[in-house]
Design a binder for this molecule. Structure first.
Ligand code: NAD
Length: 354
């Protein structure tokens, strides 16, 4: 058993993460103690650190009004090795490599019982509402939230718990009508996974939009058929042309800020769908008649279910998708990881190796 848990914690809005040692404890009933080997650094960790979300029109939604309590240890993309289990837990044992499903709900309501804990009204997500993976150890509240990943790269597996899982949910929603073209806006951690998953499970042409040429080059490497820089002069026309002139049947906005949402509405074709995923935030004026006249579907996608995470692990085991990890940080350098992500220096994902 370890002597104490070392973690990098958010103690207040925008304050530097504090490296803290907390007392250890043995896992209680159904719990599992995991030695964290890798923890993905998600843009949502930045929102948690910055205290909330831009709601537009000068309004800001504080995470503390949603039930977050500081101090809290961020990190919801967690892979590691089981160190100890509660008596009676048999599905995992010490030494197993595991991926943690972080999108925990109340586990009692009809939504949770149907397997959709990620959209429960009373979320208890790991790394947001309870301490997460920017730590050398974590106690996972129940063994049912673990997936065995023996043989996989633990750094790559982390992405499957959030960026991959969210992209999987979004692609499934966006491809329900078997679209010829899917426009993916944002080639960050989520968008790059979206491209790979889109190529793996649909026959759609993928057009990727970002404002950074380096990220667009990676998008191409990941399988995007066409890339478009949103800082260009004829962005809408370029996308329309790439889609054969009529626009895209599906647009997924992994940024979801006023300029990108506006672009989504500009390039979506009649009968098309827009899936909003990013939490950059803000608001923008919507021409209301456009929605019925074009018979549009506007939908949101929030993380994903445990079942979908398992499906994704299987895709990764077959090498159908390969998350891109471009930087690694120690726990002591967790602040640098967040600062670098904020400064848009990260291609794909960065991980912390505690
Ligand atoms: P990231 O920082 O890795 O990537 C963001 C990408 O968007 C970058 O490539 C950046 O260049 C690009 N971008 C930014 N502004 C742009 C613009 N105006 N036009 C075009 N491209 C632009 O972020 P990420 O980890 O991929 O997360 C993206 C967003 O999704 C964040 O807001 C995050 O909090 C959110 N998120 C949502 C869910 C969900 O379940 N809905 C889950 C995880 C993350």
């Amino acid at each position: 058993m370890f002597a104490s848990v070392k973690s990098a914690r958010i103690t207040g809005v925008g304050e530097r993460l504090k490296i803290t040692a907390m007392p250890d404890r043995a896992p209680g009933p159904d719990e599992v103690l995991v030695r964290v080997k890798s923890s993905g650094v998600c843009h949502s960790d930045l929102h948690l650190w910055e205290g909330g979300y831009d709601m537009g029109d000068g309004k800001f939604m504080k995470v503390t009004d949603r039930g977050v309590k500081y101090p809290v240890t961020p990190g919801h993309e967690i892979a590691g090795t089981v160190e100890a289990v509660a008596p009676g837990v048999e599905s995992v044992r010490a030494g197993d490599d595991v991926l943690v499903y972080p999108w925990i709900g109340c586990s009692k309501c009809p939504t949770c019982r149907a397997g959709n804990e990620n959209v429960c009204d009373s979320p208890r997500s790991i790394g947001i509402f309870q301490d997460g993976g920017y730590a050398d150890h974590i106690i996972v509240p129940h063994y049912k939230y673990l997936a065995k990943i023996d043989g996989m790269s633990l750094d790559e597996a982390t992405s499957l718990a959030c960026s991959g899982l969210t992209a999987y949910t979004a692609i499934k929603k966006a491809s329900a009508s078997s679209p010829e073209n899917i426009v993916i806006i944002g080639a960050g951690g989520l968008g790059l996974m979206g491209i790979q998953i889109g190529k793996a499970i649909t026959d759609s042409r993928i057009i990727c939009v970002d404002l950074d040429d380096k990220k667009l080059a990676t998008a191409k490497d990941m399988g995007a058929d066409v890339t478009v820089n949103s800082k260009g002069k004829n962005v809408v026309q370029e996308i329309m042309d790439a889609c054969g002139g009529m626009g895209a049947e599906s647009v997924i906005d992994f940024v979801n800020a006023p300029p990108t949402a506006g672009l989504a509405f500009d390039v979506v074709r009649k009968r098309g769908s827009i899936t909003l995923v990013g939490l950059f935030g803000g608001s923008f004026p919507l021409s209301l008649v456009t929605v019925p006249l074009k018979s549009l579907t506007i939908q949101g996608a929030y993380t994903g279910s445990y079942k979908d995470m398992i499906e994704l692990v299987e895709l990764a085991k077959k090498n159908t998708i390969a998350p891109m990890i471009s930087r690694r940080y120690s726990l002591d350098d967790a602040n640098d990881a967040l600062e670098d992500l904020k400064a848009r220096k990260i291609i794909g994902r960065a991980v912390i190796n505690p």
